[in-house]
Design a protein around this ligand. Structure first.
Ligand code: ZN
Length: 233
């Protein structure tokens, strides 16, 4: 790992023709969306988010699941400078985003090629009949008016598998990039962090994060708040 300056990080991003951003909760905190770590604070003494966001909780304690998931909705949150600049780069370059975030802010910012690796809160389905349901209905009630079934958001819950098509899309996005930019994530969640193994041998990897992360490949690290460097792009 080599440390790099903001200037060097900017140059790498601006010089690349094909970029894939791998993003996490840290890029949405400036939009007022708390990450799980701070939710754990809020939920101290209660069940862990790992249980509250699990298939088991959805099926066995639906009210508890619903109450927790409602805490994750921030429908009025706006994309911040990081989402906006990534979307702007898409106008000039071949840009793909693979995000762990379920907040829909990359799409709101207008990023055309975004893979929501863990799904999105802003698309829902009836767990019983399989019909698509608007998230606006879900935040009113988790009961599907048509069949009486339980509505759920299309996010990957603990205890559920990943959709093969989503994983394939994410792998392709990583494989085609000349530059991978990892932003706002501790990059420890599997299988998201395993995507790095699909990188082209010739591709560079830039990490923009407030703390060092473990990566099994050589990379550059800009250790600061990502908002600063994106504001200057
Ligand atoms: Zn239904």
């Amino acid at each position: 790992m080599n440390y790099c300056s903001r200037q060097e990080a900017k140059k790498q991003i601006l010089d690349a023709r094909s970029l894939t951003f791998l993003t996490g909760a840290g890029i949405s905190t400036p939009s007022g969306i708390p990450d799980y770590r701070s939710l754990k604070g809020v939920y101290q003494g209660m069940d862990a988010p790992e249980y509250l966001l699990s298939r088991e909780c959805l099926e066995n304690e639906p009210q508890k699941f619903y109450d927790f998931v409602m805490q994750l909705y921030h429908p009025t949150a706006k994309p911040n400078i990081i989402h906006q600049k990534i979307a702007m780069l898409s106008n000039e370059k071949d840009v793909h985003v693979v995000t762990q975030n379920i907040d829909g802010l990359h799409e709101k910012a207008g990023t055309p090629h975004c893979t929501n690796f863990h799904g999105t809160l802003y698309a829902c389905t009836c767990h019983k009949c399989g019909e698509a349901v608007a998230w606006q209905s879900y935040i009113q009630s988790d009961c599907h008016a048509v069949c009486g079934g339980q509505i759920r958001p299309n996010v990957v819950l603990y205890g559920e598998g990943f959709q093969e098509t989503i994983v394939q899309k994410a792998m392709q996005a990583v494989a085609q990039a000349d530059l991978l930019v990892i932003v706002g994530t501790s990059f420890q969640v599997h299988p998201f962090c395993d995507l790095i193994h699909y990188k082209k041998a010739s591709a560079d990897c830039l990490v923009i994060n407030q703390t060092e992360i473990y990566l099994p490949i050589s990379h550059h690290l800009l250790q600061e708040d990502a908002s600063h460097v994106f504001a200057e792009l």
